[in-house]
Design a protein around this ligand. Structure first.
Ligand code: GDG
Length: 468
């Protein structure tokens, strides 16, 4: 078995067995790394005075992690800058928020080279290298330039933008061409893959061949749609844990007979929280008979607080939730419980189970794992209803959710009303169809599919560039 090297901006080493806050992705990658005696490489999250290239190796529950510190300027320009102020908004259709600064681009290139410089001496000839997400798009090219001939894969966790938007990124061509240094590039859905193919065909004149590979300037790339799943077994175990049961009961008690509508999202403008609140407001305004009989619990742990647009969205949501509560609340009832903190995963699982409706309405989302977790947490005999944005990657698989246009308050309000009155047989039928997908296409399936495609590539067909 080839050794697997996983590279991502941040590393999530495995924690104690059954420990809270361990996401399914971390669990699955850790299992694959343990099995192949691999390494998980990335940024430590810490700042170094000067970049030294020192690698901190650690071993956590059978998994080796290797991390580097970055300089303050790298963190500013690469992580807070190009990754989260340029690419993230642009790839989520928010060109109005995208900032184009030469320093960001320079910092992104520099940080990627730092990753390449420090990673390449650790590599052995048969290693399979799997690089993750928008922070590290050019890393494959940088490794090839250092003579790395290994099989290289890249997976994009976020959407791929439409060509007309991507054209507004300075040096978009260089960024896209750097993907041709990989052997396999994975996207969450066929939609994002189609956007990528549109760009490479119309802007690079690349040839998309019958076997699905893409030929561009002598390089061959296999681009695949490979939707990420959750660790269904781990999640269901968690739902049945004592902590989850306690959280579920506590939630039911506190709901006091009212139906709970639940949202769980990192506080991010792509998650559509404002539109969601407005949709819920429309529901309350148009269904006076439901006042005092429902409430919305929105859990939204803050993220990327060093980026200005995230501070703004937080302030806007504070104001909007306050406004809606002021408009509809009574002395005995608050329509929105808006919580800006994270909860341990076990507790979260119990809260999911207690929710009559899962309200997942991002404006744009590569996949969205919350939708899948909500499904996996339901009681099969009396499941809740998932309302899902058709602009989340998950909507391509969870077609039996109530799919909505998250921009339309009317659409969201109608779906809430429908979910709350849906007969049990229909709830069960829709949940069963969704659960089949969550069970079948879980995180292990995703991992095997991607690594399988990578292992199957014909090394000989990949030219290796050795000069800078
Ligand atoms: C990116 C892409 C893609 C949330 N609150 C708490 C908590 N969470 C966990 C959820 C879920 C995860 O965070 C969020 O995952 P998502 O998929 O919904 O979204 P992103 O963070 O934007 O992830 C996305 C994903 O990568 C994977 O490829 O699906 O499209 O944007 O697991 O449960 N976890 C805990 N407490 C919380 O309060 N413990």
């Amino acid at each position: 078995m080839n050794r697997l090297i996983v590279v991502s901006n941040r590393v999530q080493p495995p924690m104690e067995e059954g420990s809270a806050n361990q996401g399914g992705l971390a669990v699955a990658l850790s299992a694959a790394l343990r099995e192949s005696n691999g390494i998980w490489f990335g940024w430590s999250g810490d700042e170094a005075g000067n970049f030294t290239g020192h690698i901190d190796f650690q071993r956590h529950h059978g998994v080796t992690t290797a991390t580097i510190d970055l300089e303050a300027q790298d963190i500013d320009e690469y992580y807070n800058g190009y990754a989260n102020r340029t690419l993230w908004p642009l790839f989520h259709d928010r060109i109005d928020l995208a900032e184009f600064q030469r320093e960001f681009e320079g910092g992104y290139e520099r940080a990627n080279r730092r990753f390449a410089d420090t990673l390449s001496p650790l590599l052995q000839p048969d290693d399979l290298i799997w690089i993750h997400d928008y922070h590290l798009i050019p890393l494959g090219r940088d490794l090839r330039r250092m003579g790395v001939g290994n099989r290289l894969g890249f997976f994009l966790h976020i959407p791929w933008p439409p060509t007309r938007l991507l054209l507004s990124l300075p040096h978009h061509r260089e960024l896209v061409e750097s993907l041709f240094f990989y052997d396999v590039v994975g996207f969450q859905t066929q939609d994002w893959l189609d956007s990528f193919l549109h760009y490479v065909q119309t802007k690079l004149n690349a040839e998309v061949r019958e076997d699905g590979t893409i030929l561009h300037e002598g390089r061959v790339l296999r681009a695949i749609a490979c939707p990420i799943g959750i660790d269904r077994a781990e999640f269901q175990e968690m739902v049945e844990s004592e902590e989850a049961l306690v959280a579920c009961r506590a939630m039911e008690k506190s709901a006091d007979g009212r139906a709970m509508i639940l949202g769980v999202d990192r506080l991010d403008y792509s998650k559509g929280l404002q539109d969601r609140f407005l949709g819920y407001q429309r529901f309350l305004a148009t269904h006076p008979e439901m006042l005092e009989r429902v409430f919305l619990l929105q859990i939204a742990p803050p993220s990327r607080e060093n980026v200005g647009s995230y501070q703004e969205i937080r302030a806007q949501l504070d104001a909007l939730s306050g406004h809606i509560n002021g408009e509809f609340a009574s002395v005995e009832w608050v329509p929105i419980r808006y919580v800006n903190k994270g909860y341990p995963r076990e507790k979260l699982a119990g809260i999911y189970r207690a929710a009559r409706v899962g309200l997942v309405t991002p404006l744009r989302d590569g996949m969205n794992l919350v939708a899948k977790e909500y499904i996996a947490a339901q009681n099969p005999e009396d499941p809740g209803v998932l309302i899902l944005s058709s602009f989340a990657g998950a909507a391509r698989q969870l077609t039996q959710a109530l799919l909505v246009n998250p921009h339309s308050a009317d659409d969201v309000a109608d779906a809430i009303a429908r979910a709350l009155t849906m007969p049990k047989e229909e709830r069960i039928a829709r949940w069963r169809a969704s659960m089949d997908v969550v069970e079948r296409e879980d995180v292990t399936w995703w991992l095997r599919r991607f690594v399988g495609a990578l292992a199957a590539t014909d090394e000989a067909s990949i030219p290796v560039e050795t000069t800078g």
